[in-house]
Design a protein around this ligand. Structure first.
Ligand code: AMP
Length: 218
């Protein structure tokens, strides 16, 4: 499985990427998670990225491309990968072409998960994340079994990401329209992208993505 997941912030890319990667033995490559891990570990990259992320701005292309090149060139990625949150700009998409060609791991399909914008704002502003393992919850739609405690790793103290505050979410959506929509057009021109309705249950969306991948192989 060599897949790119697209869609506005909050459409469920992270949730789907985790499920699909686990099911199909692929690496889940989330640039957002990688950046957050760098922040948590206090690396120079994390220090540079934090200011952009807290404001809902994109981290500069050169930092992101260097980070992604290392993972995609690794032996693990040869078995399969699910890209989540990358590429987000046309220069990133162009660099990705070169990286994949060099590493000889071309994508099977790009999937665009589509959800109404107001639903996205509602989803993100209620989103709670486990700072320890990255598991995602929603205050109302998908609360953890025990209040404020992660079901997956037992960590107590779920947090709201700084960039999930409503005002920042709205800014992230503007950034998405300006920078990432042209990337969709890039893949539409190549004929590798398929739109999927993301306003369904998690299981239904997973099945829809798997069906697209199966028909791509047939
Ligand atoms: P995400 O978890 O994918 O929503 O990403 C959170 C934040 O990390 C974004 O709002 C950006 O600030 C930064 N980020 C993640 N991926 C990228 C990327 N491919 N290019 C630039 N910035 C990114």
């Amino acid at each position: 499985m060599k897949l790119i997941l697209f869609g506005m912030p909050g459409v469920g890319k992270g949730t789907q990427a985790k499920i699909l990667a686990q099911k199909h033995g692929a690496v889940h490559i989330s640039t957002g998670d990688m950046l957050r891990a760098n922040i948590q570990n206090g690396t120079p990259l994390g220090t540079m990225a934090k200011g952009y992320m807290d404001k809902g701005e994109l981290v500069p292309d050169n930092l992101i491309i260097a980070m992604i090149e290392e993972v995609l060139s690794s032996a693990k990625a040869k078995k399969g990968y699910v890209l989540d949150g990358f590429p987000r700009t046309v220069p990133q998409a162009e660099s990705l072409e070169t990286i994949l060609w060099r590493a000889n791991v071309p994508i099977d399909k790009a999937i665009n998960i589509v959800v109404d914008e107001e639903e996205v704002v509602r989803r993100l502003s209620g989103r709670m994340t486990c700072p320890n393992c990255g598991a995602i919850y929603h205050k109302y739609n998908q609360p953890p079994k025990v209040e404020n405690t992660c079901d997956s790793c037992g960590h107590v103290g779920l947090i709201q990401r700084n960039d999930d505050k409503e005002e920042t979410v709205r800014h992230r959506l503007e950034v998405y329209h300006k920078n990432t929509e042209p990337v969709l057009q890039f893949y539409r021109n190549k004929g590798t992208i398929v739109d999927i309705n993301g306003a369904k249950s998690v299981e239904e969306v997973t099945t829809a993505i798997e069906q697209v991948l199966q028909s791509a192989r047939a």
